[in-house]
Design a protein around this ligand. Structure first.
Ligand code: PLP
Length: 387
């Protein structure tokens, strides 16, 4: 048996091979997509591969779960129907009424909405701090413990960078579970578990899928007992990923490393060109030395990511800019091969308008794709010229 996926192998080898052994019956190099909802039993309880019913387990989903766990440097991978379904399963597995979550102050709006509006009425508390300032985190935890500390780094859309190892230390001293939403960086650039985090969350809809053609989410959990609870919730509540979605995500992950390399190169060049442009008040990109998290990002990440956020001075200019690009498509989401422009205040972050997570109305977020960078720069320059 060939061993393509030994955990001693490098990231790119694991992304291509982990969980992806060829089909033993036919030799098909790409494992088949298993659509079957149920599995024949050799006598009652006589399962051939441990599979009995598609909600509790499906071989295509297992292949994805092993692949994601391997690329995050973790053991337990769990795949879900969406990023928020993954978050919901984790939160309900870890929390009880009366528990609190300490949340970063520019996390994904849907995460805030899930905790505040769905779990809140069931008795889960929520406090918000700037996670990039560990002194604020320490003070908040000293005031009152939290069951979960939840961070996104780089954050959305202002790309604040948090010291994951430092946060894990503070969280653990206070008895909390430290969760990192690693959607923006992807494991190709940053691996929170080896830095001390307990759980990694993904919207695989974004960079892992990578082609804007599938909705999905995942958890990678270090602790056996918490993983078992989350897996029970995955089975008992049933927000699993379907076989075709799991397979598309698996295919996306195989090219993650090379896609991220181009996303990062293009984003860096765009950030450098636009910093200092007379119509741009500020460029947020961790790869710029002017970014407050630049040095930390350089230590913690292998490159700076594919998201660039621009402050265009006022809301009217930001809106006009977002509606003036031609190669950048005006759309929500991020992480696909094609470039997108988003106006957070009325699009991705509309659900946190007027809350402590509100995004300045002068800001637009670019998800920089893998197109020819000269075309991308020219498009942004023509949109700026229209202001
Ligand atoms: C998109 C996103 C989510 C939610 O994932 P869905 O797949 O849309 O449910 C969570 N966190 C981050 C950082 C995201 O960008």
């Amino acid at each position: 048996m060939t061993d393509h996926a030994s955990s001693a192998r490098g990231f790119d080898s694991l992304a291509v091979h982990a969980g992806q052994e060829f089909d033993p019956t036919t030799g098909a190099v790409i494992p088949p997509v298993h659509f079957s909802s149920t599995y024949a039993q050799d006598g009652i309880g006589g399962l051939r591969g441990g599979y009995e019913y598609g909600r509790s387990g499906n071989p295509t989903r297992t292949a994805l779960e092993r692949q994601i766990a391997a690329i995050e440097g973790g053991v337990h991978g769990l795949s879900f129907a969406s990023g928020l379904a993954a978050e919901d399963a984790l939160l309900r597995a870890a929390l009880q009424p009366g528990d609190e979550v300490l949340l970063g102050n520019d996390v994904y709006g849907g995460t805030y909405r899930l905790i505040a509006r769905i779990l809140g009425p069931w008795g889960v508390g929520l406090r918000v701090v700037d996670m990039s300032d560990l002194a604020q985190v320490e003070a908040a935890l000293a005031e009152r413990p939290a069951k979960i500390v939840w961070v996104e780094t780089p954050s959305n859309p202002l790309l604040r960078v948090t010291d994951i190892a430092g946060l894990a230390r503070l969280g653990h001293e206070a008895g909390a579970i430290v969760v990192v939403d690693n959607t923006f960086a992807s494991p190709a650039l940053q691996q929170p578990l080896p830095l001390g985090a307990d759980v990694v969350v993904h919207s695989t809809t974004k960079y892992l899928g990578g082609h804007s053609d599938v909705i999905g989410g995942a958890l990678v959990i270090a602790d056996d007992a918490l993983a078992e609870k989350a897996r029970f919730l995955q089975f008992a509540a049933g927000a699993v990923s379907g076989p075709l979605d799991a397979w598309l995500t698996t295919r996306g992950i195989k090219t993650l490393a090379v896609r991220m390399q181009r996303h990062c190169e293009n984003a860096q060049q765009i950030a450098e060109v636009l910093e200092g442009h007379n119509k741009v008040a500020r460029v947020y990109y961790p790869g710029l030395p002017s970014h407050p998290g630049h040095e930390l990002a350089a230590r913690q990440m292998s490159a700076f990511g594919g998201i660039v956020t621009l402050d265009l001075g006022d809301g009217a200019s930001a809106r006009r800019f977002a509606e003036s690009t031609r190669l950048f498509t005006l759309a929500e989401s991020l992480g696909g091969v094609e470039s997108l422009v988003n106006y957070p205040d009325e699009m991705t972050h509309a659900s946190v308008r007027g809350t402590e997570l509100a995004v300045p109305e002068s800001v637009v977020r670019l998800s920089v794709g893998i197109e020819s960078v000269d075309d991308l720069v020219a498009d942004l320059e023509q949109a700026l010229a229209a202001l």
